[in-house]
Design a protein around this ligand. Structure first.
Ligand code: GTP
Ligand code: MG
Length: 320
C-alpha cells in the first residue's frame, strides 16, 4: 500500500486508476488508504456539474479540460453514474478528442457508478475525488446527471457548482421549480447553437435578479454563460475564466467565513455519509438475531405490530 500511496502522489495514472478501484470495491483497504493520503489533500478545486441526461455535460467537460490544459492546469474528470458511459452518445469527433485527452499524462478521466450510495453521491465518489486531489490535479471536474438527489449532493461536495440547461426543454423554469438554480454558482446554457438559447439565457438572468439577496455587498453574482461544443465552439474560454474567478472569490480573505462555512457543510456531509454506510451496512445486519427478526416479522404479518413500531424496536438499542 505504501508504494501505491507514493505512486498516486507522483500522479502515476495506473496507480490512480488502481486507487479508485480500491475505493470503489474494497471498503476496508480504502479506509487505510484514505488515512494515508488525507494529509496531501485539500488543494484541488472541485467543480461539480449537473444537468439533464444528454445535455452535453461530458462534451462540455471535455472541452473545458482542453481549455484548462492550454492554461497549464492539470485536470481530473469523474463522471458519476452515467446512464451511458462517459463517451456514450458522443459523436465520433468527440470521442477522438477524448482519447487525445486521456493520452495526456496531466489528465485523468474515470466514470463511476453510484452503487452503494444511500441517496446522493456515494462515499466512493468523495474518496475518488480525494485520490485525484492527493495526486495533485489542479481541477477536478465531476459530472453528475441531474436526477433527484445527486444534484443537491454535488453542491455539498464541490467548491463550485455548475448547473447546465439546454434550449427547448423548459429547463430554466423547471430548474427554478426544483430549486436547482439556488445551488448554481454558474449557470450554463449549453447547446446554444440551438434555437431559443438567447431567450433562455435572458429568462435566467432575469430570474436570478429576482433573488432578494442578489445585489448584497460581497456576494457572488451567479453568471449565465452560453456555450456551444460543436464547431464553432464558443463560451468555453469564458466558462474557464469564470470558474477561476469563482476560485479567486472563495480564496479571498474577505470571504473566509463563507468558505469556512461551506467547508464545514462539506465535511459534515461526508462524515454523515460514512456513518450512514456504517450503520446501514455494518450495524443493521448485526443489530438483531435471526430469531428476533422472525418474531418481529410474524408480529407485523399478523398485524400485532406496525412496521414503524417494528423498526423503532429494532433501533432502540442504538439510541439508548
Ligand atoms: N447541438 C449541440 N449538440 C451538443 C452540444 N454539446 C454536446 N452535444 C451533443 O449532445 C449529445 C449528448 O452529449 P453528452 O456530452 O454525451 O451529454 P451528457 O449530458 O454527458 O449525457 P449523459 O451523460 O448521458 O447524461 C452528443 O451527441 C453531443 O455531441 C452542443 O453544444 N450543441
Ligand atoms: Mg455524460
Amino acid at each position: 500500500m505504501e508504494t501505491l500511496v507514493e505512486r498516486v502522489l507522483e500522479r502515476n495514472k495506473r496507480a490512480i486508476a488502481k486507487a479508485i478501484s480500491l475505493v470503489e470495491n474494497h471498503p476496508d483497504e480504502c479506509e487505510q488508504f484514505i488515512k494515508k493520503i488525507f494529509p496531501y489533500t485539500g488543494k484541488a478545486l472541485v467543480v461539480g456539474t449537473t444537468g439533464p441526461p444528454g445535455s452535453g455535460k461530458s462534451t462540455l467537460l471535455n472541452n473545458l479540460a482542453i481549455e484548462f490544459r492550454k492554461r497549464g492546469k492539470t485536470v481530473g474528470i469523474i463522471a458519476v453514474d452515467p446512464t451511458s458511459p462517459f463517451s456514450g452518445g458522443a459523436l465520433l469527433g468527440d470521442r477522438i478528442r477524448m482519447d487525445e485527452l486521456s493520452a495526456d499524462p496531466d489528465v485523468f478521466i474515470r466514470s463511476m457508478g453510484s452503487r452503494g450510495s444511500l441517496g446522493g453521491l456515494s462515499r466512493a465518489t468523495m474518496d475518488a475525488i480525494r485520490v485525484l486531489d492527493a495526486a495533485g490535479f489542479d481541477l477536478i471536474l465531476v459530472e453528475t446527471v441531474g436526477a433527484g438527489q445527486s444534484e443537491v449532493e454535488i453542491v455539498r461536495t464541490a467548491h463550485t457548482t455548475i448547473v447546465i440547461g439546454i434550449p427547448g426543454t423548459g429547463d430554466a423554469v423547471q430548474a427554478i421549480k426544483a430549486g436547482i438554480l439556488e445551488i448554481a454558482d454558474i449557470y450554463v446554457v449549453n447547446k446554444s447553437d440551438r434555437p431559443g438559447a438567447d431567450e433562455i439565457a435572458r429568462e435566467l438572468r432575469l430570474l436570478l435578479t429576482l433573488d432578494p439577496h442578489a445585489k448584497d455587498e460581497g456576494r457572488w453574482r451567479v453568471p449565465v454563460i452560453s456555450t456551444t461544443n460543436l464547431p464553432p465552439v464558443s463560451g468555453i474560454i469564458e466558462l474557464a475564466d469564470t470558474i477561476l474567478q469563482h476560485q479567486v472569490f472563495l480564496n479571498d480573505p474577505k470571504n473566509a467565513a463563507l468558505a469556512f462555512e461551506q467547508e464545514m457543510i462539506r465535511r459534515k456531509n461526508e462524515i454523515h455519509e460514512i456513518i450512514k454506510v456504517e450503520i446501514f451496512e455494518n450495524m443493521l445486519t448485526s443489530l438483531i438475531g435471526r430469531q428476533e427478526w422472525e418474531k418481529i416479522l410474524k408480529d407485523v404479518i399478523s398485524k400485532k405490530l406496525d412496521p414503524y413500531s417494528a423498526a423503532k424496536s429494532i433501533m432502540d438499542p442504538l439510541f439508548r
